[in-house]
Ligand binder design. Structure first.
Ligand code: NAD
Length: 329
């Protein structure tokens, strides 16, 4: 595979994926299709934006014509990250999530099928499975039971991808990953919120009683899994990705405060998120057995390096908070 279309490459995971792939495969060419929404930050591409094999096409997946601009080059494979990704925003604006995540994915599938791409990886989330009690794990057989408009829109896109495989024999693979963490995550998400507010000695909001459990995976481990799914994943298959790193939001916040040497009194309990899922936990045994993937970055190491990155990234954060990150657009 020599020419890849990546969507959402100005975002958190997409920018790490492009960086990872350009470093790993010297002959690979990457076109990044990204609309530069509020979550698309050109600063995230600093390490590769002048790479001779990289090109950003500003375009919106809600528009079939804009998608076509990204296919001006011959495209062998597609890795689809672009999405509205923040649950709280989906509660405010569910329609936007349906348009981008469901219709946008349909537009991309249609153009990819028309162009005969050889592989399409749809990057989805464990949130499509709904919520777990204290026991058990999500497997690929767990029925879809999304609870937020975000999760429902991702589940809708997963079903369209599945239908393209079954109806047209379209070579698509779906990956469903647990919560990611690492450098360059947009500050509205949980871990960057905790770190940035702690650094400024501001109260840190914790939903409900903080007992909600998430299964954390370092973004680089996710990128390795997506690369494997792209190269070796079986068309029509779903692969769950997670590292057995379950932590309640409260314990996670406490660990970050300890790393920053800040008092736990900064934590402030706020009314719970509507429809807040209690627990997510992934059983990653299928991708382990089928593709030989396992997580390599332990939470202790990954959280330490992530906190260290945010501590030195004050300019990156300042440009987001002031809106300057959008000045070059
Ligand atoms: P992000 O919000 O950081 O980035 C999303 C990117 O998509 C942005 O660059 C944005 O500009 C772009 N985009 C949004 N709407 C677009 C549109 N209409 N057309 C073109 N581009 C558009 O998201 P992220 O956290 O990097 O997540 C990437 C993908 O991974 C998403 O599909 C998400 O559902 C999935 N995922 C995320 C996590 C996580 O913990 N962050 C976990 C599992 C799966």
């Amino acid at each position: 595979m020599i020419r890849l279309l990546v969507t959402g490459g100005l975002g958190f995971i997409g920018s790490h994926f492009i960086e990872y792939m350009l470093e790993r495969y010297p002959s690979l060419h990457i076109v990044n299709l990204d609309a530069a929404t509020y979550a698309g930050n050109p600063d995230n591409t600093l390490s590769f934006r002048d790479h001779p094999h990289y090109r950003w096409v500003r375009g919106d997946i809600r528009s079939p014509e804009e998608i076509r601009k990204a296919f001006e080059d011959e495209i062998d494979g597609v890795v689809h990250f672009a999405a509205e990704s923040h649950v709280d925003r989906s509660i405010q604006s569910p329609g936007l999530f349906a348009q981008t995540n469901v219709l946008g994915t349909l537009n991309l599938l249609e153009e990819s099928r028309r162009r005969g791409v050889k592989k399409f990886v749809h990057v989805s989330t464990d949130e499509v499975y709904g919520s777990l009690g204290e026991e058990g794990y999500f497997t690929e057989e767990t029925p879809l039971a999304p609870n937020s408009p975000y999760a429902a829109s991702k589940a809708g896109s997963d079903l369209l991808v599945r239908s393209y495989y079954h109806t047209y024999g379209f070579p698509a693979v779906i990956t469903r990953c647990s919560n990611n963490y690492g450098p360059r995550q947009f500050p509205e998400k949980l871990i960057p919120t905790i770190i940035s507010r702690a650094l400024q000695n501001q109260p840190i909001p914790i939903y409900g009683d903080g007992s909600n459990v998430r299964d954390w995976l370092h973004v680089t481990d996710h990128c390795r899994a997506v690369d494997l799914a792209l190269r070796q994943g079986q068309a029509g298959e779903v692969y769950n990705i997670g590292g057995h790193n379950e932590l309640s939001n409260l314990k996670l916040a406490a660990r970050i405060l300890d790393l920053l040497d800040k008092p736990h009194s900064l934590l402030e309990f706020v009314p719970d998120r509507l429809g807040h899922d209690q627990r997510y936990a992934i059983d990653p045994s299928k991708i382990g057995a089928a593709l030989g993937w396992k997580p390599e970055i332990h939470l202790t190491e990954g959280l330490g390096s992530t906190v260290a990155w945010y501590v030195q990234a004050d300019e990156w954060l300042r440009r987001i908070q002031s809106g300057e990150y959008r000045s070059s657009l």
